[in-house]
Design a protein around this ligand. Structure first.
Ligand code: CP3
Length: 344
């Protein structure tokens, strides 16, 4: 980790310390909304790009150069560690991760062996290069959370209702817990190796966990997310916990032990602060689709997010989910300027 990142607005906000301006970065800031990204990726499949250090570094840097955001997010995908241990999967353009043979019985679990740094040398190498190139700008490492990874593995691809996932969770709890156990071991090693290589913060993406009711979250998911955050505590890097549609789960996400809780656009940040409880910073939560409206509309909405964010003990400005591929990069440039210029 670069020594100056500790004093950066992003890391300070995660630790709920005073900041000169509200820090801002965007989920999927490196991606299809950027022409320079589309040019680099034109002839390179997604998973090949994720295994090529030079490309990882260049794509991670693109939005940092263009927008001057307060943090870089490592260019990769949540399925990279699963691919690295031998799960037969691919990322299909316009679809997302697809798994050749969905995991639905005890025998299929065997492929989910523990991950070691030797499985992902390109991740370690790219993180180390990025930390040098980024200087005082923090690098966020990340992983998919066990529930969200389990959903892709059990369904075999993206899913609206998570039918097979919930069928296993409710109907075969022993198999469910065995699967979550293995994914927790893999995810913990994967996050730790990114921090050990120099990442300044770690974000756990549980994008699809909003599909689960609070009581089921407590029984079937919380034991694993809690263990993950506890297993990262000694690294002394801020831990961020993100999900979509998690309004009813915000208290439980706080309980899981992260330093920062991500909030999508469905719950205003002042209300989210109440639901998450004291001792946490919040990250969010402009609706990404607002950026498709004219700038004066986006500006008004962004100012409202900033104002409500003052109710939190620390606030990292972000979108409630990823940048939509059709977003005009100039909107993100204007938004970044607005966040940086607005008095805290
Ligand atoms: O700036 C960044 O955030 C880039 C790094 C990043 C990617 N995926 C690159 C990517 C991160 C942090 C992710 C996380 C990710 N991947 C999540 C959690 C965050 C979220 O959005 O909820 C999830 C659920 C995935 C699974 C996944 N991979 C999806 C849903 C998709 C998009 C499918 C599509 O094409 O619409 C992918 C592919 C993917 N991952 C792309 C990028 C830039 C698009 C690949 C392309 O260029 O075609």
């Amino acid at each position: 980790m670069h020594p100056d990142t500790a004093d950066s607005p992003f890391i300070r906000a995660c630790h709920r310390l005073p900041v000169p301006h509200t820090p801002v970065w965007y989920m999927r800031q490196a991606g299809r909304s950027l022409p320079e990204y589309r040019a680099l990726r034109a002839d390179v499949p997604m998973l090949e790009a994720c295994a090529t250090p030079d490309l990882i570094v260049e794509i991670t840097m693109q939005p940092v150069r263009r927008y001057g955001v307060d943090a870089a997010i490592f260019f990769s995908d949540i399925v990279v560690p699963l691919k690295a241990i031998g799960v037969d999967l691919d990322i299909k353009p316009g679809v997302g991760p697809v798994v050749d043979t969905p995991i639905r019985d005890e025998a299929a679990l065997r492929v989910l062996r523990p991950l070691t740094p030797d499985d992902v040398p390109y991740v370690t190498e790219a993180v180390q290069s990025l930390v040098k190139e980024l200087g005082p700008t923090p690098l966020i490492g990340f992983a998919g959370a066990p529930f969200t990874l389990a959903s892709y593995l059990i369904e075999g691809g993206p899913s609206k209702n998570h039918d097979h996932t919930k069928a296993m969770m409710y109907g075969e709890p022993a198999l469910w817990h065995a699967l979550m156990e293995r994914l927790t071991v893999i995810t913990l090693s994967y996050l730790r190796l990114q921090a050990e290589a120099g990442a300044s913060a770690l974000q756990l993406f549980d994008s699809w966990v909003g599909a689960v009711a609070p009581a089921d979250y407590r029984e079937f998911v919380l034991p694993y997310t809690s263990r993950l955050f506890a297993g990262l505590a000694d690294l002394n890097v801020p831990r961020i916990h993100f999900g979509v549609g998690t309004g009813e789960l915000l208290g439980l996400l706080g309980e899981a032990g992260a330093d920062v809780v991500g909030v999508d656009w469905r719950v205003p940040l002042d209300e989210a602060a109440r639901r998450v409880g004291p001792g946490k910073a919040l990250q969010g939560n402009l609706d990404p689709a607002v950026l498709l409206a004219p700038w004066d509309v986006a500006e008004r909405r962004a100012r409202d997010v900033l104002a409500r964010g003052r109710a939190a003990e620390g606030h990292v400005f972000n979108l409630g989910h990823g940048v939509l591929p059709t977003t005009d990069p100039d909107q993100l440039a204007r938004l970044t300027g607005l966040i940086h210029e607005t008095a805290v």
